[in-house]
Design a binder for this molecule. Structure first.
Ligand SMILES: Nc1nc2c(c(=O)[nH]1)N[C@H]1C(S)=C(S)[C@@H](COP(=O)(O)OP(=O)(O)OC[C@H]3O[C@@H](n4cnc5c(=O)[nH]c(N)nc54)[C@H](O)[C@@H]3O)O[C@H]1N2
Ligand SMILES: Nc1nc2c(c(=O)[nH]1)N[C@H]1C(S)=C(S)[C@@H](COP(=O)(O)OP(=O)(O)OC[C@H]3O[C@@H](n4cnc5c(=O)[nH]c(N)nc54)[C@H](O)[C@@H]3O)O[C@H]1N2
Ligand SMILES: [Mo]
Length: 775
């Protein structure tokens, strides 16, 4: 065939999940080739070819017919799978959107625009959707923003009270390198495991994959690994890790019991506690039950967690005898009262007295991100300047439904009393809230409230299908860019591989055109084209590297990248504080690690008291709700993709069972419900339901079912909330606590049943009905 005869060319690029080359023939991506320097590439790069040219690509600007005909306004039918879109052409779409932005700002003020727009978008640092959107909205006059992340909001908000802001930054960025772990750490106890597939990902992509080789080298060097988790495969086979299968959501009880043993066995490092912490007497009283509460004994924790009391006792003693690193993974805080296991984790490490010693102490992020433990560089990659947001209106990111449903209502947040703004226009670019948010039925109601929803997307995600105006964005493979992740050692050129799909545009051009219509074109562009911005950002960054002789832009571009000047951090985390706490105090009121915080206690939040405490969550085995909903759903990160991105790709599709997301169950739980491998299963609770395909696995703790996030939300069936298997049909939309309002999507109580008879088809990958001319 003539069309198949062109030469195949290779184009270097980067995704958050790997550095690779796109193989292109006749203008189409036909394959991928891993970066030659990556010895163990992630299979997720295999999703790119099918995703690039999929039928769900947004190929032209469209407007939802009901909005076009009725004008802006709340619409409970927003997101109706049968809604029709009208192809209007770029000029009309931009005119309509500019007019609506202008109307909302004039009538309701800039705070009525929600530009929170959370999401991972793509890896390139210039064509980064949020950066572009935020720069545009700031140029215009500002917007209501979101703060903190779905990933680890409880860490971000709690730890400044516990170790100070700089200490929190260090905890998230400067953990002991895997080399230091191999050299110094005798025992690594990880709550939430060290899930290898999670380390395939790092924001921006990563030139060198260091996590999996690092953990293997540590295991070879003799680091003993204990994984406390509901899934056996949260640690790689071959690490020789010991799996302690615990009930999800019970880590705080386990951690408090380990502290209890250290105290009663006189193994707690009282000299360390006295010198480097404050609040130990309060925590100690609580743990021992001297405050009138239950003593937090191993027997007490054993009954809650399912771990044997003697196992906990032996573990605590072993930790005290060895150089021990306590890692509490981010998943552990992504549920109700998620602040508590973090605070209890650092309290345990403080009792062991090893914080500040090489390879010892506390960490949070091994097994959660590819760059954690990879060493740090003091140099951040180039970044598009975003200007300043003159509007002082914000929400904690996971409170989006509350905000839209309860305008004007007050809420508590980290000691402040704030009010939800009255949002009239929601603008999302580079994120998929109908992937990431909890209780999607509630989110759908919330998305019915604003006057107008605007989404820039590469694909027809469920979020795009809840929008009134949808603007097609180019993908990474359609633009020139560069990228590096935090701690990366190389800034890499990403080269355009294929022409834009349909009439998709770079978001920079979209926002420049909108800014022009709204009278701020010159401020937004500063007179530069995309290509000129790349050069400008690079040269500006190069200029900041001082003495380091870096190549100029043309040489950088020709070479395909530049090594980033760096320094591998070998100083122990909190080492300076330990060496001289008077000279190097932490940024807390006491200058020490606050095991009890007067500040947090002073907020008076029952859901986050002044020290780590066991607060019994509703969504856990053994709770009152668990009588009706006896299974604990673990909604962890998918190993076939990043979140919802490229779910239609070959690697992700190959994992589906009966066309749906795979749900893993213990064979005994399956047998009790007459479920066999390959069956379609309905998971349900009082919030919603979804279908999934059964996989039986005795590496799943009994009573637990695992359904990873990221199956494209499919509300097309009237019988279930999602026909495809998105776990957020089942999760609860309540924050971790009033302190941080973190995401609680990781755990939910559910029941499961086999589906007999006709099963609704999966329609997630069908684009919506579009009328009108192709643009
Ligand atoms: N139940 C449960 N829910 C969770 C979690 C959990 O553990 N359990 N984890 C949470 C976590 S940690 C996170 S970080 C979130 C992730 O949630 P998100 O970051 O929202 O998920 P993604 O699927 O990565 O969404 C990115 C979107 O950007 C689009 N995109 C890619 N490139 C571009 C571009 O150039 N321009 C534009 N406009 N769009 C682009 C993609 O098509 C995709 O739709 O999910 C959270 N949700
Ligand atoms: N392949 C891939 N990698 C990713 C991502 C992705 O989408 N795909 N997303 C990235 C992002 S944005 C983030 S924030 C990180 C998230 O990193 P994490 O939060 O660490 O990842 P999860 O997979 O959600 O959870 C890891 C494991 O924790 C266990 N777990 C769940 N609940 C509990 C509990 O209550 N107690 C204990 N002890 N264990 C529990 C589960 O068995 C789960 O497999 O991953 C990143 N890496
Ligand atoms: Mo995340």
């Amino acid at each position: 065939m003539a069309g198949d005869t062109g030469p195949t060319t290779a184009h270097p690029t980067s995704s958050h999940w790997g550095v690779y080359e796109a193989l292109v023939r006749d203008g189409r991506v036909v394959g991928v080739r891993p970066d030659p320097r990556d010895p163990d590439p992630s299979p997720m790069i295999g999703n790119a070819p099918a995703a690039q040219h999929h039928a769900t690509r947004v190929d032209r600007p469209v407007v939802r017919r009901r909005w076009l005909e009725n004008g802006p306004g709340p619409d409970p039918r927003r997101g109706d799978p049968d809604d029709e879109y009208v192809s209007v052409g770029w000029d009309t779409a931009l005119d309509l959107l500019a007019g609506e932005l202008d109307r909302v700002r004039r009538e309701h003020g800039d705070a009525a625009v929600y530009g929170g727009s959370y999401g991972w978008a793509s890896a390139g640092r210039f064509h980064h959707a949020q950066s572009q959107l935020h720069r545009f909205l700031n140029t215009l006059g500002g917007y209501t923003r979101s703060v903190n992340t779905y990933s680890h909001a409880a860490v971000e908000v709690l730890f400044p009270h516990v170790v100070g802001a700089a200490g929190t930054h260090d905890l998230l960025r400067r953990a002991p390198t895997w080399e230091a772990v191999a050299e110094h750490t005798e025992l690594l106890v990880s709550f939430g495991g060290l899930r290898v597939s999670n380390t395939w990902t790092a924001s921006g992509g990563r030139a060198a994959r260091t996590a999996e080789p690092g953990m293997r080298a540590a295991a070879r060097a003799g680091t003993e690994i204990v994984s406390i988790s509901p899934l056996r495969d949260d640690t790689a086979a071959g690490l020789g890790a010991r799996w302690l299968s615990a009930e999800p959501g019970t880590d705080t009880a386990i951690l408090l019991a380990l502290i209890h043993v250290l105290v009663t066995d006189s193994l707690a490092d009282t000299a360390f506690l006295a010198r480097f912490t404050t609040g130990w007497p309060e925590l100690r009283r609580y743990v021992l039950g001297e405050d009138g509460g239950t003593p937090k004994t191993p027997e007490w924790a054993g009954a809650i967690s399912g771990l044997d009391a003697d196992v906990l006792r032996a573990l605590a003693r072993r930790m005290a005898e060895r150089r021990t690193l306590v890692n509490v993974g981010w998943s552990v805080q992504r549920s109700r009262y998620g602040e508590q296991p973090m605070w209890a984790g650092i309290a345990l490490a403080a009792c062991l007295g090893q914080i500040g010693l090489p390879g010892g102490g506390f960490a949070t992020g091994y097994g959660s991100s590819g760059n954690y433990g990879g060493g740090a560089t003091p140099v951040a990659p180039p970044r598009l300047p975003q200007g300043t947001n003159p509007v002082d209106s914000l929400i904690p990111v996971a409170r989006v439904s509350d905000m839209l449903l309860h305008p004007g209502e007050p809420f508590d947040f980290d000691g402040r009393r704030l009010r939800y703004p009255d949002i009239r226009l929601v603008y999302w670019a580079g994120g998929n809230p109908f992937h990431h948010h909890q209780d999607l039925a509630r989110l759908r109601r919330a998305f019915g409230r604003p006057d107008t929803v605007v989404v820039n997307e590469t694909h027809w995600t469920a979020t795009a299908r809840h929008a009134d105006i949808v603007l097609p964005a180019t993908t990474t493979l359609e633009r020139d860019d560069f990228t590096a992740s935090q701690g990366d050692l190389r800034l890499r050129v990403m080269r355009r591989a294929v022409p834009p799909h349909g009439s998709a545009r770079d978001e920079y051009d979209t926002f420049a055109a909108l800014a022009g219509r709204l009278g701020v074109g010159a401020e937004f562009t500063e007179g530069r084209t995309s290509a000129e911005w790349l050069r400008h950002m690079y040269e500006e960054w190069r200029g900041r590297q001082g003495a380091a002789p870096l190549p100029d832009f043309d040489a950088f571009w020709a070479d395909g990248g530049v090594d980033i000047p760096h320094r591998v951090e070998d100083a122990a985390l909190f080492g300076a504080f330990r060496a001289d706490p008077a000279a190097n105090p932490l940024g807390t009121p006491s200058g020490r690690i606050e095991l009890y915080s007067e500040t947090v206690a002073g907020f008076g939040y029952p859901d986050c008291p002044g020290h780590a405490a066991w607060l019994d969550p509703a969504e856990r085995p053994g709770s009152a709700r668990s009588g009706e909903w006896p299974l604990t759903l673990v909604a962890n990160q998918p190993d076939g993709r990043l979140h919802s991105q490229q779910d239609m790709g070959a690697h992700s599709r190959a994992q589906k069972v009966a066309d749906r997301a795979p749900v893993r169950l213990h064979p005994a739980d399956a047998a009790a419900r007459g479920i066999a491998g390959g069956d379609v299963v309905r998971l349900f609770n009082d919030r919603g339901s979804c279908l999934a395909g059964a996989v039986l696995d005795d590496g799943v703790r009994r009573g637990v079912v695992q359904l990873s996030t990221g199956a494209w939300f499919d509300p097309s069936s009237t019988e279930v909330t999602c026909a495809h298997g998105n776990p957020n049909a089942l999760t609860t939309d309540v924050g971790t606590s009033r302190l941080s309002h973190g995401c609680t999507g990781q755990l939910a109580l559910v029941e499961a049943a086999r589906v007999d008879g006709p099963v609704p088809p999966v329609r997630a990958f069908e684009p919506p009905r579009i009328t009108g001319p192709a643009d």
